[in-house]
Design a protein around this ligand. Structure first.
Ligand code: SF4
Length: 472
């Protein structure tokens, strides 16, 4: 039976009429993607709300207090759902909420918030506090700005409101709210000891030590890191972030707004980078070195050469190990559904190094430009999807009969229910997947998942949907 015939036996997804222009198959007509719009009500989007968008960006700031002003349910999105490692303080691992109740909704939650702030600041001595607004706070109209200002004056630390009411847009709005909150800190620290050859690492959240890998590369190149924004983040570093000579923006959605603000307000240039895969990591390192050599020829002399040495050494160690893994994985297929589209680009390329094709790819927050770039590097027939829901993802995974699904915590049950291997590239990650060593970790994990004998016994294989069986 041909693959097409096998696919035809699978029930096609019930795609909502309103979502048809957010799903594309490469090669079927001109590529244009509707995206960056509010999720369709009732479609059970995989995408998180505005509050969650700001929470994922700000929470890795490890010496800050993070207080969710809202009902307790919003605070369920805690450190332990999405981790972020710290080399020092771990205040960010504690989740606090004002736990608004009916009476607070009727009479307002401002007093409760002020009391919570005073109590928590006295107990934990944070360097700053972020107060997250949730849907209910937006509805009852608590004056977060005024409460935070007064609490900051009383307690002598910055208390920063994050205007992240869940209903006011999509997850990207949350990123913007987080960037606006951080912008209040930037510019308030002393930068007299910051070198012109310095960077802020933006858009990496140090889920499993990735920021540390990048910091080590910067050290080897002779570049000072001023702030991790926000991986292994510190309030005092963010205060000094305007002193950096260059901003490195990974995950364009989450921190690009802050990079733009720093460019406009302090003249700091930024470049987009990706720390995932082989080409993207090497290109990012070279782009940094070339930038500094062009801007500061004397000070940065030899940086490109040092970078070339670094890349050579890393590849010499990595490539032979990848070759062995590739032998087993050639011809296998993957599906990718991630938060930001930058990760999707890099993963498509990373899978090619393993001999695998990405047959389904999507993101929660990609822009039209991102999807066009993505379409340009994917093969004909690849399904590209924006702001997907579990029904669609399940149907596409079944249709393409993929061997592994890469996503975050919300995608894991979809994969396992379908009997497909899963690689968590986000929330619950414990092994770093960035940099050259991250590529090796990724390859090993994909190999272990795809080659596991357990998949022979899952229902979809028994139902005859195995590609090899179907082709016989
Ligand atoms: S902010 Fe609103 S949408 Fe987000 S978790 Fe809370 S109630 Fe839900």
């Amino acid at each position: 039976m041909s693959e097409t015939a096998a696919a035809a036996r699978i029930e096609r997804p019930a795609i909502f009429e309103e979502r048809r222009d957010q799903i594309r198959r490469i090669g079927e007509g001109d590529f244009s993607m509707a995206c960056n719009r509010d999720s369709l009500a009732g479609a059970v989007s995989q995408r998180a709300c505005v509050f969650c968008g700001s929470r994922v960006v700000l929470y890795p700031i490890a010496d800050a207090l993070h207080l969710v002003h809202g009902p307790i349910g919003c605070a369920a999105y805690t450190w332990d759902i999405r981790g972020s490692l710290s080399s020092g303080p771990e205040l960010h691992r504690l989740s606090f909420s004002t736990d608004l109740q009916e009476l607070d909704v009727v009479f307002g939650g401002e007093k409760k918030l002020a009391k919570a702030l005073d109590e928590l600041i006295a107990r934990h001595h944070p360097k700053a506090a972020f107060v997250y607004s949730t849907c209910i706070v937006g509805i009852i109209g608590d004056d977060l700005e005024a409460v935070c200002k007064a609490a900051g004056e009383r307690n002598g630390i910055p208390v920063i409101p994050v205007q992240s009411e869940g209903f006011k847009g999509n997850k990207r709005e949350g990123y913007l709210a987080a960037c606006k909150a951080m912008r209040r800190l930037v510019g308030t620290g002393d930068v007299s000891d910051v070198s012109p050859l310095s960077v802020n690492i933006m858009g990496d959240f140090n889920l499993a030590g990735e920021t540390w890998i990048i910091r080590r590369y910067m050290e080897r190149m002779g570049v000072q890191v001023v702030a991790g924004i926000t991986g292994d983040g510190r309030v005092d570093d963010i205060r000094r972030a305007h002193g950096a000579g260059l901003n490195l923006v990974q995950c364009s959605g989450s921190t690009q707004d802050l990079a733009r603000m720093l460019r406009d307000d302090f003249g700091t240039p930024f470049i987009r980078v990706s720390w995932i895969g082989i080409e993207d990591v090497a290109e990012s390192l070279y782009a940094i070195a070339e930038h500094f050599e062009a801007r500061h020829p004397k000070l940065a002399a030899g940086m490109v050469e040092r970078t070339a040495k670094l890349v050579r050494e890393e590849l010499a160690a990595l490539m032979p190990q990848l070759a062995a893994i590739r032998r087993d994985l050639t011809g296998k297929r993957a599906a990718v559904y991630v938060g930001g589209s930058f990760k999707a680009f890099s993963l498509v390329k990373a899978f090619r190094h393993l001999g695998m094709e990405v047959a389904v790819v999507g993101s929660q927050t990609g822009t039209e430009e991102d999807y066009k770039e993505l379409a340009a590097i994917c093969s004909p027939g690849t399904i590209v999807v924006d702001d997907a829901n579990p029904l669609e993802l399940s149907a596409f995974i079944r249709e393409k009969d993929v061997d592994v699904f890469v996503g975050g915590v919300k995608e894991r049950p979809i994969a396992f229910k379908l009997g497909v291997g899963f690689c968590d590239h986000n929330h619950e990650r414990k092994i770093a997947l960035e940099g050259f060593e991250g590529m090796l970790n990724f390859a090993k994990e994909i190999h272990a998942s795809v080659m596991s004998p357990v998949w022979r016994f899952v229902p979809r294989r028994e139902a005859g949907l195995n590609r090899k069986d179907a082709e016989v």
